[in-house]
Design a protein around this ligand. Structure first.
Ligand code: NAG
Ligand code: NAG
Ligand code: NAG
Ligand code: NAG
Length: 189
């Protein structure tokens, strides 16, 4: 038969295992995996093509030695840097009233496939939203949907973080494209 001492040692061991088991992964159990807020926007990029300087909302500002600032370069546009100030709308119509601006840049960063890297902000100054949402990440353009990071925000979006799923909603002859941005915030204040 087990002695009193052995039984109490057993209980202490079980107690310790229970404590360790429940605190093994505190971050996972404390963080919610469901978004605290979701928003959908569209933004519209009209690329300068040598003829539309008044209408264009984006411009090639960097090109490799084999390219120029009018036409995106060969080899999947590798080395091009484009700066944009694009209208944001709530639906997919370019002529809908803009609710804000998408401002930033994209760089084409692979020679053998069509990929880009995005860094931009949604800037809002309306009665509905004031402040900004900041985005960054790799954009593998050949994928139907791409996830990029929501790395922060200001104003109504103070300290927010999440994931934005981007989808090319329309693409017209390297002059116009429209992106649908499905934002899921996982940290809200
Ligand atoms: C501006 O560009 C868009 C997209 O290519 C086009 O639909 C629109 O007609 C253009 N507007 C003007 C005034 O040229
Ligand atoms: C820019 O490069 C393209 C070919 O990539 C060429 O067709 C076009 O004429 C060039 N434009 C200028 C202004 O050099
Ligand atoms: C935001 O809009 C208000 C009212 O139209 C204006 O006074 C203010 O200057 C704007 N702020 C920015 C940063 O554009
Ligand atoms: C691209 O899409 C494929 C399937 O369509 C998926 O397996 C892959 O993870 C995606 N890649 C990225 C970087 O989103």
């Amino acid at each position: 038969m087990a002695s009193k001492h052995e039984i109490s040692t057993l209980f202490v061991t079980i107690f310790l295992l229970l404590i360790l088991g429940s605190s093994g992964s505190p971050r996972k159990s404390m963080r919610s995996r469901r978004p605290c807020k979701e928003m959908v926007f569209y933004f519209h990029d009209i690329i300068y093509n040598g003829k539309n300087s008044k209408n264009a909302t984006s411009a090639i500002v960097g090109a490799p030695a084999w390219g120029n600032h009018t036409i995106l370069a060969k080899y999947n546009h590798f080395g091009n840097l484009v700066v944009f100030d694009d209208p944001i709308t709530l639906d997919n119509n370019l002529h809908s009233p803009p609710v804000g601006r998408a401002q930033g840049f994209y760089i084409y960063d692979q020679k053998d496939i069509f990929t880009a890297w995005l860094g931009f902000s949604f800037v809002f100054n309306s009665t509905a939203h004031k402040g900004s949402i900041n985005f960054a990440g790799a954009d593998p353009l050949m994928n139907k949907t791409r996830d990029i990071s929501v790395i922060g925000g200001t104003g109504d979006f103070f300290m927010t973080r999440g994931i934005a799923t981007i989808m090319t909603d329309s693409f017209e002859g390297e002059v116009y494209f429209r992106l649908r941005v499905d934002i899921k915030f996982y940290e809200c204040w």
